[in-house]
Design a protein around this ligand. Structure first.
Ligand code: GLU
Length: 438
């Protein structure tokens, strides 16, 4: 293998759905590699078996495929346990790590405990968990390629992290370094959450190998409502949920691309192929991006307009069985009619519902002259007369007349253009609805 080949990885834990931030990480890792003709690796970090969710790995693979983020190699950490064990034992032999047989503590608590130095570090034990012997009085540093600056820590602030638990399973800290080394990863790109763990990894890298990969930590994606990091509790964050809500994978990917990266020109619309071509490691932005839902809707609308009518029609069919039950020509007519007017696929469910369901008309929505309006409309439709003529002849207010008509036929104030809608719905059905309201 070419020593300088760009190799990146996406390394999710199989704990559930894919977070929007995870999709962004995967995309950037993919683009970084593919722009240089390199390899993109999918590695499942499943060594914390308590947190694992059944089926999550397969679901994740399916989701990545929907976005075209196809990996060149695939690994599962649980299948590589021997590697971690031997690396940890090597570190012990070389005095960079030590055995500890204290009762295991929760990893999070461990990191925050005041005791950074483990009481077992000089006991020369020969079994138990393996922990990192963090040196005193040193500085560990690296240059972050996303933030384009050096980041450093005093080792006096880094704790003796567990590398291998007494049950033989590695912690994330050890597994990530062993894997990134074995898999010849050239660039690590990951979420900002992992920055506090980085000094531990840097030490392990330095003890195990001569050269570390380049490392970059992404910005946090902020909620527009709270200005804080997107949260699972408050915001919609899961990719699968967005797809279900009617966002197209192309639109979501395009939107996510620009959450923390920008091209040199102001180009906004990118297919995956264009992304690969344009991607530039210098385009990462330093400031935390905001998740503007309106912008996502705009992108989605753009991608919906680009779809062929037939393709959009099939998507509607999958989405709505009542739509699917309509005659094919009717489906196509409806699709054409709504194509320019929706921002999400699921909008069809509300915007076009009146085509397959007789609406309940709330009469309080109708104007004062509705009876006259509808009576004249009925007359015109029965005689195939143009509705605009009716307005003129009777001196009706155009807006009021058509609003009454719209509400009577569809039950709603917001619909596709009423003339075209009437045509699709058919004369008989339209008249039936109008008469019912009068
Ligand atoms: N397993 C970590 C995650 O779930 C990966 C962190 C990394 O990329 O190093 O995000």
């Amino acid at each position: 293998m070419n020593q300088n080949k760009v190799r990146t990885r996406f390394a999710p834990s199989p704990t559930g759905f894919l977070h929007i931030g995870g999709l962004r990480t995967a995309l950037y890792a993919y683009l970084l590699a593919k722009h240089e003709g390199g390899d993109f690796i999918l590695r499942i970090e499943d060594t914390d078996q308590k947190r694992e969710v059944e089926g999550a790995t397969e679901a994740l693979q399916e989701t990545l495929k929907k976005f075209g983020l196809i990996w060149d190699e695939f690994y599962k950490q649980s299948e590589r346990l021997e590697k971690y064990k031997s690396a940890a034992e090597k570190l012990v032999r070389e005095s960079y790590a030590f055995y500890c047989n204290c009762k295991p503590k929760n990893a999070k608590v461990e990191g925050f405990s005041k005791e950074l130095r483990d009481p077992c570090r000089d006991k020369k034990l020969t079994s138990g968990a393996i922990k990192l012997r963090v040196p005193d009085g040193q500085i560990v540093r690296y240059h972050d390629f996303v933030h384009k600056k050096e980041i450093s820590w005093k080792t006096d602030e880094v704790y003796d992290a567990t590398l291998l638990k007494s049950d033989g399973f590695p912690t994330y800290h050890l597994a990530v370094v062993v894997d990134d080394t074995d898999m010849k990863i050239s660039h690590i790109i990951r979420g900002h959450d992992w920055l506090p763990s980085t000094p531990i990894h840097l030490l392990v890298f330095d003890y195990l190998v001569s050269k570390r990969p380049e490392i970059g930590h992404l910005t946090d994606i902020l909620s527009t409502e709270t200005g804080k990091k997107l949260s699972k509790r408050r915001d919609s964050v899961f990719v699968e949920q967005f797809l279900e809500e009617g966002y197209l994978s192309e639109a979501l990917l395009n939107f996510v691309l620009l959450l923390g990266w920008a091209p040199k020109n102001n180009k906004e619309m990118f297919t995956l192929t264009e992304m690969v071509k344009s991607f530039d490691i210098n385009g990462f932005q330093d400031a935390n991006p905001k998740f503007f839902r309106d912008k996502l809707d705009w992108f989605n609308g753009q991608y919906i307009r680009q779809l062929k009518v037939g393709d959009l029609n099939s998507k509607f069919q999958t989405l709505n069985s009542k739509f699917k039950a309509l005659k094919t020509e009717t489906q196509i007519e409806i699709t054409k009619l709504v194509k320019d007017r929706i921002s999400k696929l699921t909008d069809i469910n509300t915007l076009a519902k009146f085509f397959w369901e007789t609406p309940e008309v709330d009469k309080s929505l109708l104007g004062n002259n509705y009876k006259l309006h509808l009576a004249k409309a009925i007359e015109a439709i029965e005689n195939d007369k143009d509705l605009m003529e009716v307005v003129k002849e009777n001196n009706f207010k155009t807006g009021d007349f058509f609003m009454d008509l719209r509400i009577a036929i569809t039950g709603s104030k917001f619909t596709p253009p009423i003339n075209e809608s009437i045509e699709i719905l058919g004369k008989d059905e339209t008249l039936k609805r109008l008469k019912k309201v009068i």
